[in-house]
Design a protein. Structure first.
Length: 54
């Protein structure tokens, strides 16, 4: 039998991390979503949603 697909772990950022993420996204030069997602360990879509809803 084959193994079930690997399910990704849910990552919850604290409020302080979210604030740092938004400040990092407003830096000049502007970092990419990929860079921020690797730094904070969440997906690019999640980063984009947080920045858009700031």
């Amino acid at each position: 039998m084959s193994e079930p697909p690997f399910k990704r772990m849910r990552v919850a950022l604290s409020l302080q991390d979210k604030i740092k993420l938004i400040k990092d996204s407003e830096m000049f030069p502007k970092p990419t979503l990929k860079m921020l997602s690797e730094k904070y360990g969440v997906g690019k879509s999640t980063i984009g949603d947080m920045v858009r809803r700031k």
